[in-house]
Ligand binder design. Sequence first.
Ligand code: FAD
Length: 535
Amino acid sequence: MATRDFSRLNGSFDLCIIGGGINGAGLARDAAMRGLSVALVEKGDFASGTSSQSSKLIHGGIRYLQNGDFKLVFEALHERWMLTKLAPHLVRPLQFLLPVLKSDPVQGLMLKAGLTLYDTLAGFHNIHGHRMLSRSQVLEAEPTLDTSQISSGAYYYDCQMNDSRLCLENVLSSMEHGAVCVNHAAVTEFVKAGPQLVGAVVQDRLSGATATVHFKVAVNATGPWSDQILRLSEPTPPKPRLRPSKGIHVVVPRRTSGEAMLVRTRDQRVIFVLPWGRYSLVGTTETEYRDDPDKVSASEDDVMYLLEELRRLFPSPAVDRKDVFGTFAGLRPLVDSSSLPAGKLSREHSIITETSGLLTVIGGKYTTYRVVARELADRVMERLHKPGASLTHTVPLYGGDTGPMPAFLARHLARAVSVTGLESTAEHVLRAYGSRADDVLRCCQEVPRGTERLCLHTDTMRGEVAYAFTTEMAQTVEDFMLRRTWIGYGECGGRDAWPAVREVLVDHLGRDADAMDAQWLDVNKRSGNVSNPAT
Ligand code: FAD
């Protein structure tokens, strides 16, 4: 059971990681598995920054082939395969329909060449080879596409993931290896010996308490916030390194009949229309962002851009503003390496040693987090003069010890159904928690009416509220509604589930009712659930 213990930060560690997004969480796991003493502090919830706002794809990034980023694509395709082994419950293969529009510059042989290269770069670890499709095959697959625009198409394959839970599982796994990880804890100041950093003052954003973490090495893994940390840490802060680029997604009623889709936009970008439970997740946009990273949100222009592209593809029934259930907005922490537009900037990561000794990591993709973590941990070991190689490729993630999912489901579904009473809730538990599903089912049995669904829009059960708060370090209503689960992004914005969530929090876990009500009011602001505001 992972518990948040802020007071444990008052101590000495080999490594202090600032930022609990996927890069910080991945590093915590890698370093703790090598035997280092590790502290990780995250000012919000784990994955509350960019790492819960992604397109939720573990992918090679087919569009980067156009930029000639072959090394990145090759590495990402290898990681795609690796993550299907390490976290099969959270990373699953997905078929993509790529409809070619008459206006697309890439057609026929050129498209075939690109997809062949993508398959080749995946090598023996490919999910499935691509298949070219005729116009009628595309329309048969997606009959509601605008028939007048389609010229041909193709199927290709990548993976879909649960970004916030994959990040969380890295945190939980690192804690099993001894790391001290604390969410809602922000670094506010550094302790220095001359120019060198030797400690960090951390503020508990829940209680207001402070702690001082002493460390031998510190890593700045704050993604879009990394320039802010540099302003605190460096004797002479360097000029901003980041060119943050905002990307948003909208959650709308399901538009595709099953597969994911990748389509070219009128301004020659690509967007995804992804199956996401009973919804479609549509995105993303790419616009320069210079404001405070804490304030990033989807603007009306961003939302309308995506809706117009969606209406162009699927003219009937046309998706309207009122059909948008929720929005995501995140910042790509891109390295400011050239004057190219954000869409053309490389997704390669960069690790910089600052004058103060701080290691800063920026850039990269979610997909390649394990590679970034390994490289960072290698650098830390070098600094500490300690031997030890990365083990993250050998040990499954926190709930990942399932083996192939179809066989796992076949083995465990009947028993899970005997506990939950419904096949859909049983399957949800097995897929969300993988090899930890039994712990969750036990917890659900201990909570009054714990195996009942929170509402009709979700398969999440009442007992999972207790599990999230007691075992997965959820601290606030938002942590539960937007990251341990995605209930807050759904069609009722979590409104229908809230009475049951509240009951478990207040009656079963003894939380203060007024505090919970106040936190609930904040959830809809963050989820962008404007069509169904909280009442
Ligand atoms: P973050 O996740 O932002 O983590 C940094 C953390 O630092 C934050 O949680 C923040 O709260 C914390 N922090 C800040 N200041 C402090 C402080 N003072 N003290 C303590 N903590 C602090 N990649 C893919 O591979 N696949 C995709 O489908 C994909 N889609 C994307 C879609 C969009 C719209 C965007 C924006 C990115 C996408 N990416 C994707 C890229 C990927 O999501 C990011 O590269 C990755 O999430 C970055 O993780 P990070 O840990 O560096 O940053």
